[in-house]
Design a protein around this ligand. Structure first.
Ligand SMILES: O=C(O)CCC(=O)C(=O)O
Ligand SMILES: [Fe+2]
Length: 548
């Protein structure tokens, strides 16, 4: 096949699949998928054509954006105690921000009792707080459950307490805003809404791995403030795409407020509190329109300065890049809450970090683009149904299929969303191309190239089942951005290429096609056999993973 399938980065390969694969791509370098794993994956392919060089460059720009993406941040604010200046070393108090002790009022009407933290854990006021708390439930399989093996904590709902601690005045909020909402799009900001007071008491207080249940489509994250109250243990681990940040607050717990903020799609857990009381305020972080813009103030980022934008531009100018057009795909770094079939409504306004950067790049280059869901859970049922009805007739053979008609990529890996994508295409067949983006669908062109891998299926499995509240109608989904790359002739019309460049590449392609026809046929047969084998292995893996 002269046109080798152009999918560049995808799921790991098993050793078994390697031999066959290597005969087609001898230039690939393989490395273990993770330390100790016997699964290997291609990590570097030496580009042999201009087309491959563009794809390599774009892929590394995407991975750089993703790895830089900040998913959690945190800090400390000392409690200044004017009555006992010695409790805070001099030099330190000058450098670190400080605040006053925190006053809590709680009780049925939020005002019956008063507790000022820090306080003696054996004091009456402290005991009253512990007594006022009720056991904290969490969401499991759509139900609110109390299970002390999964979460052992007390809680006060927001209506049952008030406090004079404010994340806005202490500066926490500004940091969260700067770090978690990149200033790409100057008309957005984040707002914190107080959610609960929790007490994790030692020994035993903890909350096992979970994702915070999204409480609205604009929720982007959570903020936890640990109030001054001494405890041991109780560290908070936050994970995202194989990276982990641990917030260990025990050492400074007695006399400071310590905080952490993280994106909603980060799995996190509170490790066991071994002694003392870990008292926290939790806030939900929502995206809101920014209101502090000043007329004439420069805002917004120059998107064309992104490496991805520059490289993509170069590629579009090159007549040898994706000659017959296609879809360039980027799996998003974050997951987003959405209701079924409503992804396009909620996104892109909620896109975060690297995802937003990629989206803005597509937009600024005026490439048709869309966001598709890639979560198996929500979409396979739809895809299967579609397949039953009409997939076979509609498929032109552009994508490799296994014996069951599942869509595979060039490495034989099953991508459920490709099927979904087909289905979308069918449904919007008659619609106006210019409306594709609004409708959340894209014309199917038969060519997909992925610039990165989807890692979400492996990560945060707990998040699918455990939330901090029973899930309502919202769930998290993995998603991908697809950009439609125009064919060379479309690019010539749009001014990306000159007529001469176009003629040159058209002649080149015609020559190559003629000379290689016979070899193409042989290779196509080999590929078909390879895909069928790979699909069998993949299905077996899936069955094993899902315990069929
Ligand atoms: O207390 C913490 O550090 C985190 C609590 C938490 O994950 C939650 O309330 O959902
Ligand atoms: Fe949580």
């Amino acid at each position: 096949m002269a046109d080798r399938p152009m999918v560049i980065i995808t799921a790991p390969l098993s050793n078994q699949a390697l031999d066959q694969y290597a005969s087609y791509y001898p230039e690939v370098v393989y490395a273990p998928q993770e330390p100790g794993s016997d699964m290997l994956r291609p990590v570097r392919r030496v580009a042999t054509t201009p087309q491959e060089a563009h794809i390599d460059n774009l892929a590394s720009a995407v991975s750089a954006e993703h790895s830089r993406a900040t998913f959690a941040c945190g800090g400390i604010i000392k409690i200044a105690r004017p009555t006992s200046p010695d409790s805070t070393p001099r030099g330190e108090s000058e450098v670190l921000p400080s605040t006053h002790p925190v006053t809590l009022r709680f009780g049925p009407d939020g005002s019956g009792n008063v507790l000022s933290l820090p306080a003696d854990a054996n004091s009456d006021a402290f005991w009253k707080l512990l007594k006022a708390c009720t056991p904290a439930s969490f969401g499991r399989d759509g139900q609110n459950v109390l299970d002390e093996n999964y979460r052992k904590a007390g809680k006060l709902d927001v209506a049952a307490f008030c406090s004079d601690f404010c994340p806005y005045t202490t500066g926490i909020f500004n940091i969260v805003n700067q770090l978690l909402v990149p200033s790409l799009n100057a008309d957005r900001s984040v707002k914190a809404e107080l959610y609960k007071l929790n007490v994790y008491s030692g020994p035993g207080g903890m909350f096992k791995p979970h994702l915070d249940t999204p409480r609205g489509s604009t929720q982007v994250g959570s903020l936890v403030d640990s109030l001054p109250s001494e405890f041991e243990g109780g560290s908070l681990s936050v994970r995202h795409r194989g990276h982990q940040t641990v917030f260990d607050w025990a050492a400074n717990s007695a006399n400071s407020i310590q905080w952490a903020a993280f994106y909603s799609d980060c799995e996190h857990e509170v490790h066991e509190v071994t002694s003392g009381n870990r008292v926290t305020l939790t806030y939900n972080l929502f995206l809101v329109p920014r209101t502090d813009l000043q007329a004439g103030r420069p805002h917004g980022l120059n998107v064309s300065a992104f490496p991805l934008a520059q490289l993509l531009k170069q590629a579009l100018h090159d007549p040898r890049f994706m000659t017959s057009g296609g879809e360039l795909g980027i799996y998003l770094a974050h997951r987003y809450p959405h209701t079924h079939n409503e992804l396009s409504k909620l996104l892109p306004s909620c896109l975060k970090g690297a995802d937003m950067a990629a989206y803005e790049v597509a937009r600024s280059l005026k490439l048709a683009h869309t966001l598709i869901t890639t979560s198996e859970d929500s979409m396979t049922a739809f895809a299967d149904e579609y397949y039953e009805e009409s997939y076979e007739e509609d498929n032109e053979g552009n994508l490799p299929l296994d014996e069951e008609g599942e869509v595979l990529d060039a490495y034989g890996t099953y991508h459920p969303h490709l099927m979904t994508f087909e289905a979308n295409h069918e449904i919007i067949e008659d619609c106006d191309r210019s409306k594709d983006v609004d409708m959340g669908c894209v014309m199917y062109s038969g060519r997909f190239m992925w610039l990165n891998e989807s890692t979400h299926t492996e990560l945060s499995r707990a998040g699918l089942r455990y939330g901090n509240e029973a899930a309502l109608s919202l769930t998290y989904t993995s998603a991908a951005l697809l950009m439609r790359i125009p064919t060379t002739s479309e690019r010539a019309t749009a001014g990306w290429l000159s007529e001469d460049e176009l003629l040159e590449v058209t002649a080149e392609v015609a020559d190559r096609r003629g000379a290689n026809l016979e070899r193409q046929q042989q290779e196509a047969e080999d590929w078909e056999e390879y895909w069928a084998k790979r699909a069998r292995a993949h299905r077996q893996q899936r069955r094993m993973r899902e315990g069929w």
